[in-house]
Design a binder for this molecule. Structure first.
Ligand code: ADP
Ligand code: ZN
Ligand code: ZN
Length: 797
């Protein structure tokens, strides 16, 4: 037998499978979707089996054999293998990158595979017992001759396939005590009456004969210690085994079972339309203002899907994965829910992923990569906040979860729901054209009014002599809420708000030595850090240029705002949520729950707080400067500003108490700000579409962004010129090629960056030309130390 293998070789110009002979001893084991180690040139590399066949166009005798099989159970199924090929075409990536991105990190690890005993030794077939006598696992290489037996045991769950992460078994084990099921045997045991502990445990055993119980729980229930348990085990009253147990990322979260709400008329109408399309590959755009009850619709459609015996994927943008959303799903679907996001440890992710693969759960709530959840019988895929740019991966493979969702929906014949209060222009345009079906929720579910939004002209404040970052109105409102014991959320846009360090005598701004960007001041560590390459250094005592001691910090980081805020309301209890305060695991959740429990009056934070916050006592939201996103050099600047303002405003007045929002701005007349004030999405859409049409951006044109980097400025310029000449010779005359030009941040990590932009409406030769460009890169420029990256449909340019 012969295996086609996609190998993991970074610098190889050919992206196609290679044929390898499957050694006879592992022939019964090998399946597509398994990882293998194979000889390649004079090295051994990893790869995935994509196909097994009986003949090759090459001389079978000269095929090299697979060196080692890395899996016992395939990590990728047929569907995902197919999807990888499509992803490769669609995003112009290498097939290996597409395959790797679908597998969780713990399984990507290049460690040995083993079979682990998951029961008492007596429970498995006798011929297997000698293998496990000395150790609770055997290595895959040592087990090929008993594989058939092992496979049967794996089906029973008495043996599991495991990987090892850094010399440790990745599967978490707990000590299980199997109490003998024979009452006569137990009664026949001779226990001395003065061994009180043993007597106590024996009484417990007699009442629970035949039961298997975790030893820590047994200690609690029987009120005995571990040595006592062992002493009875020695007497033959029980057996001990190590058994698989899942790590529970939500162990300490209190979850009460909740039932479904009665849908409002508007919700019901949307629900019915989705319900009638449950077995069709249809995409719905659910456009509902914040608080309109979209999540309730998701929950109830998922319930319907589960009742059909199918599974559902619920995607949420990474930053909105506050425990609140997960809890809502666990409350409705209990143990049927798996959770996948970057806050989990590698072990927790591995466990959640295995629950999905073993079909022990029916719903996954997760961030972008959860779109690859290996469900076999998908009935529904949902992307909440579908406009979020975190759905697009920003390095290779540069896939968008929305595209993957639609592909899977066609494969499984099931619908996709894209939900948002502020849909991306692309999706809304598709809904207008009828490609997606538009569903609208115009009112909040509990009929609360939208918050009252005031736009504050900060130029006016300056004219009136207020130089503070808080307008008089906002400061008054904050004091007012403090008196009323209601809560305030202050939102600060991180981008463009980092504080830099400047010499007041010569005007020098401290720059990163590796990048063309200024360093950001971090008060807690008294350091200056580069947010692009990670460089950091202590703040100098004197200016490196003129030796002046007049060094100052400028700009407005969250820490700075916190200080200013203390001047406005010295008595307020403030919680800050930004990259600095949320670095540790679980910090995000801790801050939110503290705020939810009323342990602070004000929550101050960046983008992170824009979503998911749903606390009844928040009645005031302040946006410190609406302008920062607006003036980014990005075609999506207005769209992002509109989305952000809508989202942030949606945090206020979600319950009985009405909400008020203050939006501070130096350009208060901009349509993105004025239209967001009353959540007038349609007029915003119309106006923004007109802008996109004149400037030639999506959704009118498709865009490809190509970036070149090299250590040497001349070399990268030359490379970019050559590439653009090539593109011009290949692509149709109607396609625009803009550049090459130096990137906005022209140097990062000591590498110079050039870019060019392709804009097209229809370009049949695009994929081929891109593949060709990659070939040229690998044949010539890669060796010279250049990099090339191609971003099809970038989320920002
Ligand atoms: P969205 O996802 O659109 O922001 P949610 O589904 O979170 O909206 O609903 C907003 C609030 O309204 C939540 O507190 C939710 O419990 C409540 N809600 C939603 N649907 C209903 C309903 N049919 N009846 C009563 N309350 C509802
Ligand atoms: Zn100076
Ligand atoms: Zn840097």
């Amino acid at each position: 037998m012969i295996a086609e293998v996609i190998v993991d070789v970074a610098a190889h110009p050919i992206d196609r499978p290679f044929d390898y002979a499957i050694p006879t001893e592992v022939e019964v084991l090998a399946e597509p979707g398994m990882r293998v180690k194979v000889p390649f040139g004079n090295r051994k590399v990893l790869g995935f089996i994509t196909k097994i066949k009986s003949s090759s166009e090459f001389d079978p005798k000269r095929l090299k054999p697979i060196h080692e099989l890395m899996d016992v159970v395939p990590v990728l199924n047929e569907e995902l293998l197919k999807m990888a090929q499509w992803m490769k075409q669609q995003t112009v990536c290498f097939e290996i990158d597409a395959l790797q991105v679908m597998v969780p990190a713990a399984l990507r690890a290049k460690y040995e595979k083993r079979f682990v005993l998951n029961a008492a030794l007596e429970e498995i077939a006798p011929p297997l017992r000698p293998y496990f006598e000395s150790r609770p696992f055997i290595r895959l290489q040592d087990a090929v001759d008993v594989y058939g037996l092992l496979k049967k045991e794996m089906e029973k769950g008495t043996i599991i396939a495991d990987t090892d992460i850094q010399q440790q078994t990745a599967v978490k084990k707990v000590r299980m005590v199997h109490i003998s099921s024979s009452l006569e045997a137990l009664e026949a045991l001779n226990i001395r009456a003065n061994a009180k502990q043993q007597v106590k445990l024996m009484e417990y055993f007699l009442k629970n004969a035949g039961r298997a119980i975790e030893s820590s729980q047994l200690q609690k229930e029987a009120g005995v210690t571990l040595p006592t348990i062992y002493s009875l085990v020695e007497k033959g009253a029980a057996q001990i085994s190590n058994m698989e147990s899942y790590r529970d990322p939500m162990l300490l979260t209190a979850i009460e079972q909740k039932s479904f709400l009665k849908l409002t008329r508007a919700q019901q109408a949307a629900f019915d339309l989705i319900d009638s399309a449950l077995n069709t590959p249809k995409t719905f755009l659910l456009h509902g203002i914040t608080g309109s009850g979209k999540t309730e619709i998701y929950l109830q459609t998922i319930d319907k899907v589960l009742k059909q015996g199918k599974e559902a994927i619920m995607l949420v943008p990474e930053i909105s994965l506050t425990p609140q959303m997960t809890i809502r799903f666990k409350e409705r679907f209990g143990d049927q829910v798996a959770v996948l996001h970057s806050g989990l440890s590698a072990g927790e992710k591995y466990d959640e992923w295995r629950k999905i693969q073993r079909a022990e759960v029916k719903v996954v709530v997760g961030a972008r990569s959860a779109i690859f959840a290996p469900f076999q019988n998908l009935g529904l895929i949902i992307l909440d906040e579908e406009h979020e740019s975190s759905y697009k991966q920003d390095d290779s493979p540069r896939y968008h979860a929305r595209d993957m969702a639609i592909w899977r929906s066609e494969y499984h014949n099931c619908p996709v729901i894209l939900g948002s209060a502020t849909p991306s222009l692309e999706s809304y345009a598709r809904a207008q054209k009828g490609v997606y079906e538009l569903l609208v929720l115009e009112k909040r579910a509990k009929n609360q009014p939208l918050p009252e939004v005031h736009i504050v002209d900060m130029r006016e404040e300056l004219r009136n002599g207020n130089r503070s970052m808080f307008s008089v109105q906002l400061a008054d409102a904050i004091r007012d809420r403090l008196e009323k014991k209601q809560q305030t959320v202050l939102f600060l846009n991180k981008r463009g708000y980092s504080s830099f360090v400047l010499c007041r005598d010569c005007g020098t701004v401290m720059q990163c030595p590796n990048c063309d960007i200024s360093l950001t001041y971090h008060r807690s560590s008294e350091t200056m850090r580069c947010h692009y390459c990670g460089y950091d250094e202590r703040v100098p005592k004197t200016c490196p240029e003129c030796e002046s001691e007049h060094i100052r910090f400028f700009g407005t980081g969250t820490q700075k705002v916190e200080e200013e805020l203390a001047k406005v309301v010295p008595q307020a209890r403030v919680l800050r949520m930004d990259v600095d305060t949320t670095r540790t695991k679980g910090a995000h959740e801790k801050i939110l729950s503290a705020f939810g429990e009323g342990k602070a009056d004000i929550l101050l934070g960046t983008q992170m707080i824009a979503k998911g916050l749903d606390f009844p006592n928040i009645t005031l939201v302040g946006v410190l400067s609406a302008d920062t996103t607006l003036h980014l050099p990005d075609f999506r600047a207005a769209e992002k500003t509109y989305q952000l303002l809508t989202q942030v405003s949606g945090r206020a007045g979600r319950d009985v108490l009405p909400g008020t929002v203050f939006v501070q701005s130096y350009t208060p007349e901009h349509y993105a700000i004025t239209l967001a004030k009353d959540q007038l999405y349609e007029p915003f859409y119309e106006q923004e579409m007109a802008m996109r049409r004149t400037s030639g951006y999506p959704p009118y044109y498709y865009v490809v962004n190509i970036q070149f980097t090299h250590e040497d400025l001349m070399t990268v310029a030359e490379y970019a010129e050559q590439a653009v000449r090539y593109l011009k010779s290949q692509l149709s005359p109607g396609t625009l090629i803009i550049g090459p030009s130096a990137s906005l941040i022209a140097r990062v990590n000591n590498r110079y960056r050039y870019q060019c932009l392709i804009k097209y409406k229809k370009e049949p030769k695009l994929t081929d030309t891109m593949q060709q460009l990659i070939k040229m890169h690998r044949a010539e420029w890669l060796k010279k130390g250049a990099t090339l990256s191609i971003d099809m449909n970038p989320t920002s340019v």
